[in-house]
Design a binder for this molecule. Structure first.
Ligand code: GLN
Length: 193
C-alpha cells in the first residue's frame, strides 16, 4: 500500500489524511524528523503539504528540525503535493513573505503570497487542470507569477496560473480537499509508482 505522509504541523491536515485514506492510501501525519526518516531511510513514499499559514508552517518546520531532512528528501526525488500554503512552502521564490519566512525551494516557481486578497475574498472555482476540471477553494491563495525553465504549469483559471510541477513535486494554489474533489489526489497517488 502507498504510504503518504501529510505534514502535520498546522492547517488542513485532517482533510488531506481523510481524502488520501478514502482513495486507499495509508496516510500518516509527519510532525518530527523521526516521522519522516528512520534507520532505513525515508519512511513515506510521498508527502502532502497542506494549506494553512505558510509563515507558521515554515517556523514550525525549523523549530521541529524537519526543514533540512524534508528538503533533502524532496531534492532526492520524494514526490510531493502542496496545496496553498504548501505550494508557498515548496516554492523557490516567495513574494510578500512574512518577516524571516523561508521556503524549501524545490518547486521552480515564484509565488505571490495572498495575491487574491483577504479571507473574505475567498471563493470556490472550477479550475482548469491537466487532470481535467477540479472544484477548488481559493482562500488567501497564492498566485504563481513565474514558472522557471524545467518546470511546467499544471493548473490555471482565466489565464491566471494556479499550479505547477517540477519533476515529482506539484504545487497548487487551491484546496480540492475542502470541496471533496479527489481528482488531484487520485492523479498524485497514481503517479507515485
Ligand atoms: N495566505 C496563506 C499563507 O500565506 C495561505 C492560505 C491557505 O493555505 N489557504 O500561507
Amino acid at each position: 500500500m502507498t504510504r503518504v505522509g501529510v505534514l502535520g504541523l498546522q492547517g488542513g491536515v485532517r482533510e488531506h489524511l481523510q481524502m488520501l485514506r478514502g482513495l486507499g492510501a495509508e496516510a500518516v501525519p509527519v510532525r518530527t524528523p523521526e516521522d519522516l526518516t528512520g534507520p532505513d531511510g525515508v519512511r513515506v513514499d510521498a508527502m502532502v503539504l497542506p494549506g494553512g499559514e505558510s509563515s507558521v508552517i515554515d517556523r514550525l518546520l525549523h523549530l521541529t528540525g524537519l526543514f533540512a531532512p524534508l528538503q533533502q528528501a524532496l531534492l532526492a526525488g520524494l514526490p510531493a503535493l502542496g496545496t496553498c500554503a504548501g505550494l508557498i512552502e515548496l516554492s523557490k521564490e516567495v513574494r510578500n513573505p512574512a518577516p524571516g519566512q523561508q521556503s524549501l525551494g524545490v518547486l521552480g516557481v515564484e509565488v505571490d503570497r495572498n495575491a487574491f486578497g483577504p479571507q473574505i475574498a475567498s471563493r470556490v472555482a472550477t479550475i482548469d487542470t491537466e487532470w481535467g476540471p477540479v472544484r477548488g477553494a481559493l482562500i488567501r491563495a497564492p498566485q504563481i507569477m513565474r514558472v522557471y525553465p524545467g518546470s511546467e504549469p499544471v493548473a490555471r483559471d482565466a489565464g491566471v496560473l494556479l499550479g505547477a510541477r517540477t519533476g515529482r513535486v506539484i504545487g497548487i494554489s487551491f484546496h480540492p480537499e475542502l470541496t471533496g474533489d479527489d481528482t488531484v489526489h487520485r492523479a498524485f497517488l497514481s503517479s507515485i509508482f
